[in-house]
Design a protein around this ligand. Structure first.
Ligand SMILES: NC(=O)c1ccc[n+]([C@@H]2O[C@H](COP(=O)([O-])OP(=O)(O)OC[C@H]3O[C@@H](n4cnc5c(N)ncnc54)[C@H](OP(=O)(O)O)[C@@H]3O)[C@@H](O)[C@H]2O)c1
Length: 221
């Protein structure tokens, strides 16, 4: 497991070890793509192989176009895009050498069509989903699987202070169970909940003007 907060990682490692599992903590800020890639290589050394790599780290907060700052855009792209891309790409040569593996990116339904007042987040997830699809095409003749996880809303700290509505929100336990089941079934895309999955599918085929009227847009404030 890898993240920035050492104490939380240590707690999780202890929890997994107590349950009879094997875990290591690697403190890393994926905003530094070299550090993200180094963490993946270190995980391979520690575990002896990489069955699955999950590029999960992400930040997100809604910001209306009139309030978007360059600093927050850069931070979003550094973590959600560059960090995720670097994590996934670093695993490919290792998985090719082991002749198997599973690459997973945690994107979002927000990547399917522009979400009002969430331009940077929505675009970062669209980039990740497109990247994952390309990896799947490029690796089709290998034994490396690629899964794009596209959640709707899940009750985690990322939603704290959310200004946009968060319909059909799932508790963490339900979401993690659903994702784990989808990964075990080797699905290409794991998306939920069904109502938002269907609505966002529909949104992709709507002409721009119809979509704009449907979502209404958000005024500043
Ligand atoms: N919750 C939702 O409604 C929702 C919906 C769709 C998609 N997602 C996606 O799901 C993923 C997980 O989010 P979450 O909902 O679980 O949010 P969260 O509770 O805020 O968790 C974010 C995780 O990413 C790690 N992280 C953040 N920045 C990092 C960095 N620079 N380097 C390394 N690790 C970093 C955090 O650990 P540290 O702080 O210790 O680094 C934490 O473990 C994200 O990619 C998010 O976009 C969430």
């Amino acid at each position: 497991m890898s993240a920035r907060r050492e104490a939380e990682l240590a707690d999780l490692v202890a929890h997994i070890q107590k349950a009879g599992g094997r875990a290591h903590a690697l403190v890393c800020d994926v905003a530094d793509p070299e550090a993200a890639a180094a963490a993946v290589r270190r995980a391979d050394e520690l575990m002896g192989s990489l069955d699955m790599v999950v590029a999960n780290a992400g930040i997100g907060h809604a910001s209306h176009a009139t309030r978007l700052g360059v600093e927050e855009i850069v931070r979003m792209v550094d973590i959600n895009v560059r960090g995720a891309f670097a994590t996934l790409v670093a695993a490919i040569p290792i998985m090719l050498a082991h002749q198997r593996g599973h690459l997973v990116g945690v994107s979002s339904l927000a990547g399917r069509r522009a979400i009002p007042a969430s331009g940077a987040y929505s675009a970062s997830k669209a980039a990740l989903s497109t990247f994952l699809e390309t990896l799947r095409l490029d690796l089709a003749r290998t034994r490396i699987l690629v899964t794009d996880v596209q959640p709707g809303f899940v009750e985690t700290p990322i939603l704290e202070g959310a200004r946009n509505p968060t319909p059909f929100k799932w508790p963490v336990a339900r979401a993690t169970r659903y994702i784990a089941d989808g990964l075990a079934k080797e699905r290409r895309v794991v998306s939920f909940p069904l109502p938002l999955d269907l609505l966002t599918r529909l949104s992709r085929v709507l002409p721009a003007g119809v979509y704009a009227r449907a979502v209404g847009g958000f005024r500043e404030g």
